[in-house]
Design a protein around this ligand. Structure first.
Ligand code: ADP
Ligand code: G3P
Length: 498
C-alpha cells in the first residue's frame, strides 16, 4: 500500500490540493478558482467561506480521483497566501467579515500616519517589514474599527484573528494556530524573539486574545475532524506559500534564491540562521522553524504585487486573450514590445519602491502599437520587476547570485523565462515539479511524521527540467533596465483624491 502526503495550497486566485508520494512526485491534483471581490478602488476581498469550501472540495476531489483512502495519507501540509486577514467567532467558527486580501490598499493612510509619527524604524527593526498596507496589522485594526461590535467582542475573547493558514487549521481541526513564517507577515511578530510583540500589539490596538498560538512549521498541529475525509488525518506542516516554495525548491543553503511567478512575484534568498538586514527596502522574514527547539531559517524577500495577475488583467480587464496561457503566443507574435512598457502598479508598488499611490501605467504607445505589443509588455513587466528585486538582493547580500530557481503558474511561460534570464544575467532554472509551494508544504508535513528523514533526502529529490541561459549583451540589458526605471518613475505617486 502506497502512502502519501496531501498538500493544501490556498493561493490568491485558486485553492489547490496535491498528493505527493515518497519520491516527491505529484500523484494527483485538483484546483478550484474562487471569486475575487473589489468593492472599492484599491480594495481586494475574499469570502473566507469560499477559501475554506474550495480548499475542502479540492482536497476531497484529489483523494477521490486518485482513489486514495484517508489512512493512506500520512499527513496534511498547509501552504497559504500570506498576510490576508480573517476574523471569526471562536465559538461558531463563523467569519465576521470578508477577508482583507494582501493586495488591499485601504489602510495606506493608516500606514502614512504611523510613518509620520516615527514608527517605521521600530517596526522594521522588530518585524523585518516595511511599514505598508500589505501586512496584516493595519488590516486587522481596520476590521476591529469597522465591523460593528468587533472590538468589544475581541476584548471579551470571543473572536479569533488569523492568516489563511490559521483559518484553514481552525476549520480542519479546531486548533487556533499559525507558524512563524506566517506570523512574521502580520507586522505583530518579533522575528528576533520569535513571539508576538507586546509593544506592536499596543501600537496597533490589537487585543492579544485574538492571536493564534505559534507552532513550528513542521510539527503535529492536530487531527482533522473525522467527518471531513471519512477518518481523521494529521495536520503536520504549515508555512506561508512563499516560504514553502523556498523549502520545496530545496533552497536550504545560504545564498540560494527562488522566484515564484504566481499572482504576484516573490523572490526569496536563504539568509542563514539570523535575520538579514536589508539596506535596499527588501523584507527580512522567517523562512521556517522546523521544531520548537530548532534554529529558524531566515530569508530575504522581495515582493512584487502584480506578476501573473497582470496577465489575468489582459484576460479579464482588456479581453485580449481567452486564457492566461494564450499570452505567450500573442506576445511572441511580435519580435519585441515595440517600445511599449506596462508598469503594473494596479495596487501600488511593492519592493523595492513601496509606493501605495503608484498606479498602472502604459507608456511608449504609438500608432503602430497593437494588442500583441501590450501583451509582450505585460510579460516583460513581470521580468523587469523581478530583475529589480535581484539587483537589490545582490546589493544586500554583497555577493552575486549564481542561479534563480523559478516556479508558479507563470513560470510555464518560456518567453518570460528566457527574457528573465536575459535581464538577470544569470541562469533561470525551472524544476521538474513546478508546484513547489505545495511540495514544500508536503515536505514540511512529511518531515514531521518521518515520511522523509531529513533535508538532505529532500534536496536530493530536486530536479531541473529546463535551464534558461542569459543570452543578452550586458549593454543592451542595462539600456532596457534604464528605460524601465524611467517608466516606473512615471507610475509612481499617482493616486490622489480629486
Ligand atoms: N502561460 C502563462 N504565462 C503567463 N502567466 C501565466 C501563464 N499561466 C498562468 N499564468 C498566471 O499565473 C498565475 C497563476 O499562478 P499560480 O501559481 O496558480 O498563482 P497563485 O498561487 O497566486 O494563485 C495567474 O495570475 C495567471 O495569470
Ligand atoms: O497567492 P500567491 O501565490 O500569489 O502568494 C501570495 C503571497 O503569499 C502574498 O504575500
Amino acid at each position: 500500500m502506497t502512502d502519501y502526503i496531501l498538500a493544501l495550497d490556498q493561493g490568491t486566485t485558486s485553492s489547490r490540493a496535491i498528493l505527493f508520494d515518497h519520491a516527491g512526485r505529484p500523484c494527483g491534483s485538483a484546483a478550484q478558482e474562487f471569486p475575487q471581490h473589489y468593492p472599492q478602488p484599491g480594495w481586494v476581498e475574499h469570502d473566507p467561506d469560499d477559501l475554506w469550501t474550495s480548499q475542502l472540495a479540492v482536497a476531497r476531489q484529489v483523494l477521490r480521483e486518485a482513489r486514495v483512502r484517508p489512512d493512506q495519507v500520512r499527513a496534511i501540509g498547509i501552504a497559504n497566501q500570506r498576510e490576508t486577514t480573517v476574523l471569526w467567532e471562536r465559538a461558531t467558527g463563523r467569519a465576521v467579515a470578508p477577508a482583507i486580501v494582501w493586495q488591499d490598499r485601504r489602510t495606506a493612510d493608516a500606514c502614512d500616519a504611523l510613518r509620520a509619527a516615527g514608527h517605521a524604524d521600530t517596526i522594521r527593526a522588530r518585524t523585518g517589514l516595511e511599514l505598508d498596507a500589505y501586512f496584516s496589522a493595519t488590516k486587522l485594526a481596520w476590521l476591529l474599527d469597522h465591523v460593528p461590535g468587533a472590538r468589544e467582542r475581541a476584548e471579551k475573547g470571543e473572536l479569533c484573528f488569523g492568516t489563511v493558514d490559521s483559518w484553514l487549521a481552525y476549520k480542519l481541526c479546531g486548533a487556533h494556530v499559525t507558524d512563524a513564517s506566517n506570523a512574521a507577515r502580520t507586522m505583530l511578530f518579533n522575528i528576533h524573539q520569535l513571539r508576538w510583540d507586546d509593544g506592536l500589539l499596543a501600537l496597533f490596538g490589537i487585543p492579544p486574545s485574538l492571536l493564534p498560538a505559534v507552532v513550528p512549521s513542521s510539527a503535529d498541529v492536530g487531527m482533522t475532524h473525522a467527518d471531513l475525509f471519512g477518518a481523521p488525518i494529521a495536520v503536520a506542516g504549515i508555512a506561508g506559500d512563499q516560504q514553502a516554495a523556498t523549502f520545496g525548491q530545496a533552497c536550504h543553503q545560504p545564498g540560494m534564491v527562488k522566484n515564484t511567478y504566481g499572482t504576484g512575484c516573490f523572490m526569496l534568498m536563504h539568509a542563514g540562521g539570523t535575520p538579514a538586514v536589508s539596506h535596499q527596502r527588501l523584507l527580512s522574514t522567517v523562512g521556517w522553524r522546523l521544531q520548537e527547539a530548532s534554529q529558524p531559517c531566515y530569508l530575504l524577500e522581495g515582493s512584487v504585487f502584480m506578476g501573473g495577475a497582470t496577465v489575468q488583467w489582459l484576460r479579464d480587464g482588456l479581453g485580449i486573450i481567452r486564457t492566461s496561457g494564450d499570452v505567450e503566443a500573442l506576445a511572441s507574435s511580435v519580435p519585441d514590445s515595440g517600445g511599449v512598457l506596462l508598469v503594473p502598479a494596479f495596487v501600488g508598488l511593492g519592493a523595492p519602491h513601496w509606493d501605495p499611490y503608484a498606479r498602472g501605467t502604459i507608456v511608449g504607445l504609438t500608432r503602430g502599437s497593437t494588442a500583441a505589443h501590450i501583451a509582450r509588455a505585460a510579460v516583460e513587466a513581470i521580468a523587469y520587476q523581478s530583475a529589480e528585486l535581484l539587483t537589490a538582493m545582490q546589493r544586500d547580500a554583497a555577493q552575486p547570485v549564481l542561479e534563480v530557481r523559478a516556479d508558479g503558474g507563470a513560470a510555464r511561460n518560456d518567453l518570460l523565462m528566457q527574457f528573465q534570464a536575459d535581464l538577470l544575467g544569470v541562469p533561470v532554472l525551472r524544476p521538474a515539479v513546478t508546484e513547489t509551494t505545495a511540495l514544500g508544504a508536503a515536505y514540511l508535513a512529511g518531515l514531521a511524521v518521518g515520511f522523509w528523514a531529513d533535508c538532505q533526502e529532500i534536496a536530493a529529490q530536486w530536479r531541473c527540467a529546463r535551464r534558461f541561459e542569459p543570452a543578452m549583451p550586458a549593454d543592451r540589458r542595462q539600456a532596457l533596465l534604464d528605460r524601465w526605471a524611467r517608466a516606473v518613475a512615471r507610475a509612481k505617486d499617482w493616486e490622489a483624491p480629486l
